[in-house]
Design a protein around this ligand. Structure first.
Ligand SMILES: Nc1nc2c(ncn2[C@@H]2O[C@H](COP(=O)(O)OP(=O)(O)OP(=O)(O)O)[C@@H](O)[C@H]2O)c(=O)[nH]1
Ligand SMILES: [K+]
Ligand SMILES: [Mg+2]
Length: 492
């Protein structure tokens, strides 16, 4: 009786043991019956512009604009005269491509028109397409959304694609490409498979626990699979901030005493005059932020007020803001005037900011510090060399540019440590959403271990697996999909 009841409970709670697939097809695509069209290449005058369509009327649209010719061979570029289907007026001589579904980007019938990139040609072809029955202009991200709905891309791949389109630095491009290649999704599916196996063992125990023909130690095996998974997830979560930093930029804060040359350095690194430079100490009063590509990594570079006490109200507020910003830094770029190391403000900065940070052993999650002694051009040639008891530092002259290459190399190393190097290592978690689901999965595994009842343990494994499925498929939640697809431009 007891066992029969347990089996019933387990069966009812189990539902179908659906593997964690790439399909996002549980979400209906809004207006998916329509055929959509859009300019997919950038706006403005260009050599070639690409216009594409997706949906059941794509073939008809292609035939209408290239009449009287038939559809070209699938996936082969063909030169065709395009003309307006109503007036018959020639529009352009263009390369056209026909991608019958499901072997297309969206999984639907698609057509591409590679036209000459003049505005009149592009608008002529778009207008002609708009007059074909069943066609309407595409909304932002609609092509990708259809690809997702037809299981052509998983959600993490969609995110990778969005990031690839927006990638501004080499490291961002590498990370996005890896995610688009499905590495993160692949990893999650591997974890989900492990969970499915563990769940199968637990369910077998629920169903046949007292039968003699059940292998020994099924529960122990499930336990050890869960333990291994916990270790892997834990390691990945510890790395979580890195992928996000790489996506949105690491915070690099330039700090130091007044007049050390902080603003000069910010201008040098960003290759434009973002900050005012002057011989007057206390020039920079507020935090000035500028996004830069630092040695291939995206960074948000902040110029700050020189740190000193006992000045006017405005400057004091600037100093307060500088201190606040320092606390949020991933990398502190500490600047001192090499010719003025003995001054009270230099000594104070060394004591309060540099030495404490230099004393900490850095890991991927703690702040890192690069110490720069600027104005090396003012040092007497051949020595004496700045104080030997300084922590590791680099010599630089913002005036002559000497030492800049070494500084960039040092920054590259620090940024690779805080952002993770996208060329090596496991795929990174690039969004807070990823972190949330991995943490949810890990928490559920914790419940599994604490469960007093085997059917509760099975339920915990199902919850854990659900989190992994949500990570790759979005779980069909419209809001998440809306947020992700909103990032896309029209035509993608
Ligand atoms: N000789 C020399 N002068 C420099 C160098 N870098 C900056 N300076 C000069 O030092 C002065 C101060 O430079 P800033 O960049 O304004 O210094 P800052 O640290 O931003 O100053 P505050 O914002 O006032 O704290 C300016 O007159 C610069 O031209 C350098 O490498 N060599
Ligand atoms: K200054
Ligand atoms: Mg300044």
């Amino acid at each position: 009786m007891w066992r029969g009841l347990l089996t019933l409970v387990a069966r009812a709670a189990r539902g179908p043991l659906r593997p964690c697939t790439r399909q996002g097809s549980r979400t209906p695509v809004p207006g998916s019956g329509a055929t959509i069209f859009a300019l997919s290449s950038g706006q403005g005058r260009c050599g070639i512009a690409v216009i594409r369509t997706s949906g059941p009327a794509s073939g008809h649209a292609l035939r209408s604009l290239t009449a009287p010719r038939d559809l070209p061979q699938a996936r082969r570029a063909c030169l065709r005269l395009l003309s307006d289907p109503r007036s018959g007026e020639p529009l352009d001589r263009a390369l056209v491509l026909w991608f019958p579904g499901p072997q297309s980007f969206t999984g639907e019938d698609c057509a591409e028109f590679h036209v000459h990139g003049g505005p009149a040609v592009v608008s002529g072809v778009l207008q002609a397409l708009g007059r074909v029955p069943g066609l309407r202009p595409a909304e932002a991200g609609e092509f990708t959304r259809r690809a997702f709905a037809h299981g052509k891309l998983s959600l993490t791949e969609v995110e990778g694609l969005a990031d690839l389109i927006h990638a501004e630095t080499e490291a961002q491009r590498r990370q996005a490409l890896r995610q688009l290649d499905g590495e993160l999704g692949h990893l999650c599916r591997g974890w989900a498979d492990t969970l499915t196996k563990a769940l199968a063992h637990v369910e077998a125990y629920i169903d046949f626990g007292e039968d003699d023909d059940l292998e020994e130690g099924v529960l122990e095996r499930a336990d050890s699979q869960v333990r291994e998974l916990e270790v892997a997830l834990g390691a990945h979560l510890r790395d979580a901030r890195r992928g996000q930093r790489l996506r949105s930029g690491a915070h690099v804060v330039v700090a130091g005493p007044p007049n050390a040359g902080k603003s000069s350095l910010v201008n040098l690194l960003s290759r434009k005059p973002v900050s005012i430079v002057s011989p007057e100490p206390g020039t920079t009063r507020d935090v000035l932020e500028t996004p830069v590509d630092l040695a291939g990594f995206p960074a948000l570079l902040s110029d700050t007020a020189g740190l000193r006490e006992g000045t006017g109200l405005v400057e004091q507020e600037g100093v307060r803001r500088a201190r606040e910003r320092l606390e949020q830094a991933d990398v502190i770029l500490a600047v001192l005037d090499a010719s003025d190391l003995a001054s009270p403000s230099s000594c104070n900065f060394l004591d309060v900011v540099v030495n404490p940070a230099a004393g900490r052993s850095p890991d991927g999650n703690s702040q890192r510090l690069v110490l720069v002694l600027n104005k090396s051009d003012l040092l007497p040639p051949g020595g004496p060399y700045p104080s030997p008891d300084l922590p590791p530092h680099l010599l630089l002259s913002c005036l002559t540019g000497e030492g800049l290459d070494d500084l960039l190399e040092a920054l590259r190393k620090e940024l690779a440590a805080v952002c993770g190097d996208p060329s090596t290592g496991p795929p990174l978690l690039t969004r807070a959403r990823h972190q949330h689901h991995l943490q949810g999965c890990l928490d559920a595994l914790g419940h599994y271990k604490q469960a007093k009842d085997v059917s509760l343990a099975a339920e915990a494994l199902r919850v854990a697996r659900g989190h992994l499925a949500h990570l790759t498929s979005g779980g069909g939640t419209e809001e998440i999909l809306d947020i992700i697809f909103r990032d896309f431009c029209v035509g993608k």
